[in-house]
Design a protein around this ligand. Structure first.
Ligand code: NAD
Length: 492
């Protein structure tokens, strides 16, 4: 774990923060940890620091709740989610403000994420009523049935970069499917998780169906759950490194595992693209959330004949970005989450420049002229003169830096785009349909945006190939991740 937390006994107002929801009760823990605004480094709250005994208690409660929750009619389960979605919309301003202060993203992006969380709960509610099985044609002995059953007690582990929507994806689908769920948010962003879980719990969910473990000790708390065979499902969103570690350390029990992990997204700009729209799209898909998105473009391949014109349009877009506190009017780009994030970005840029790359703009830490902005800001950066061997072209950067490559044809662009261990998202900007189809067919990525910088919708399955993950969230595939399949053969 790279994040450092400060243990203490009470929250800022002297009372212990009750951010654990275990067995139907909100409660605190023996210690708690600080939550900071990444732009100012000011402590904005504290969260209870759950320990392994809390985790075991939560799993006891989830196991006890499972038979009842799976028997609740799907329509009733869906009603909880729809009410919560409405309440999230009602409280969107407050939730967006909290999200900005905890994560650093600009308010408009935070609001978009909050509303996307509500949409995801609505989608889950609808999907929960459509978990159909099927009847197979009679064989010699009789017909067969394929039944779908909720997977059972589930653990959701979520990251700090989209702490509301990543949680909503998991909570919505698990609850709609009839599976009790224990949420374990990232230690940087426990407060938005507590706010969302509060809203869901206020809909009158039965005890143990939804629980929350905020903790600064994820390995210990998660370890206590993984070693227990009653945990039937792990749904993880976070880095590839931690995700692969969890797969290796499953406690000796096979269980269903969904993994949504790191990305290294390529984007291709073809000669026939609408270049102005492509520049706006690339800037959005790169610099949203200060480049800290799993689907952020990390490598750009531009056709030689339009390279110079496109680069100039892109530099205009970057020049219009405004760094600052996410809550300040006009801010488009907030801070990186912490010093560790900054150190990785600096390492990638240093390596690229040492190997011949040139920063067309940016290329250094941004030092604000306002004393209260003590966080880790980095100037939006465009690198040219890059090659595929540089660290930035092999690893996820998770910051506002974009290396721009030149390519001579579509096949070269697709081959170089595919030359990675990741397979989450890819983008192409073009107009000719045959050309687009060939690119889509050639790209080995789970999510593809065509002239679309934000290719994430509840209706579409979200997830990656290769080391970016397995299983999907969203689309009709999403709920399948929380269902077991039973085959029933009849002899009549
Ligand atoms: P992270 O892997 O450090 O942490 C993710 C979660 O795992 C957090 O809740 C953390 O507390 C927990 N965790 C950390 N170490 C653990 C351990 N040893 N045992 C159990 N749990 C542990 O990732 P992050 O820095 O929070 O998030 C950024 C990463 O997430 C990036 O790589 C990004 O690409 C990825 N991400 C992927 C998707 C996707 O859908 N594919 C979405 C968002 C973020």
């Amino acid at each position: 774990m790279s994040h450092q937390t400060v243990p203490s006994r009470s929250s800022a107002d002297g009372r212990p923060p009750a951010t654990l929801l275990v067995d139907g009760t909100w409660r605190s823990a023996d210690t708690c940890f600080d939550v900071v605004d990444p732009a100012t480094l000011e402590v904005i709250g504290r969260a209870a620091d759950a320990a392994p005994p809390d985790a075991r208690e939560a799993l006891d409660a989830a196991s006890a709740a499972f038979p009842g929750w799976r028997s609740v009619p799907a329509e009733e389960r869906a009603a909880h989610l729809r009410i919560a979605a409405g309440e999230i919309r009602n409280r969107a301003d407050h939730l967006a403000d909290l999200l900005t202060r905890e994560n650093g993203k600009p308010l408009a992006e935070a609001r978009g994420e909050v509303l996307a969380s509500a949409r995801m709960l609505d989608w889950s509610a609808e999907e929960g009523r459509r978990t159909y099985g099927r009847v197979t044609p009679p064989a010699a002995n009789g017909p067969g049935l394929v039944l779908k059953a909720p997977v059972g007690p589930t653990l959701a582990i979520t990251p700090w970069n989209f702490p509301a929507s990543m949680l909503a994806r998991k909570l919505g689908l698990a609850l709609a499917a009839g599976a009790p769920i224990i949420a374990k948010p990232a230690e940087q962003t426990p407060l938005i998780a507590a706010a969302l879980v509060h809203i869901l719990q206020e809909t009158g969910l039965p005890t143990g169906v939804l629980q929350l473990l905020t903790t600064s000790r994820p390995a210990e708390v998660v370890g206590a759950l993984l070693e227990d065979r009653r945990l039937r499902k792990l749904s993880f969103t976070g880095s590839t490194e931690v995700g692969l570690g969890l797969v290796r350390g499953t406690g000796g029990w096979l269980r269903r595992i969904s993994l949504e992990m790191g990305g290294h997204s390529p984007a291709i700009v073809c000669a026939d693209a609408d270049l102005a729209a492509a520049a706006a799209g690339v800037a959005a898909a790169k610099f949203t959330n200060a480049g800290q998105s799993c689907t952020a473009i990390n490598r750009l391949y531009v056709h030689r004949e339009v390279h110079d014109e496109f680069l100039s349009l892109l530099l205009d877009k970057v020049a219009a970005l405004k760094l600052g506190h996410g809550a300040a009017p006009g801010t488009t780009t907030g801070p990186l989450i912490d010093q560790y994030g900054l150190a990785k970005v600096e390492r990638h840029v240093r390596d690229a420049v040492a190997h011949g790359a040139r920063a067309q703009t940016g290329g250094r830490q941004w030092i604000p002229d306002r004393a209260e902005l003590k966080g880790a800001f980095y100037e939006p950066t465009i690198l040219t003169g890059v090659d595929d061997t540089m660290q930035i072209c092999r690893e996820e950067t998770f910051g506002p830096v974009l290396p721009v490559h030149v390519v001579d044809d579509d096949q070269e662009a697709v081959d170089r785009a595919n030359d990675t261990d990741y397979g989450l998202a890819a983008y192409a900007f073009a107009t000719d349909f045959r050309r687009i189809w060939k690119i889509v067919d050639g790209l080995n990525f789970g999510i593809i945006g065509i002239n679309e910088p934000a290719p994430v919708r509840p209706e579409l399955p979200f997830g990656g190939m290769k080391n970016s993950g397995q299983e999907r969230e969203g689309g009709s595939e999403g709920i399948e991740a929380y269902l077991e399949t039973k085959s029933v053969a009849f002899k009549l």
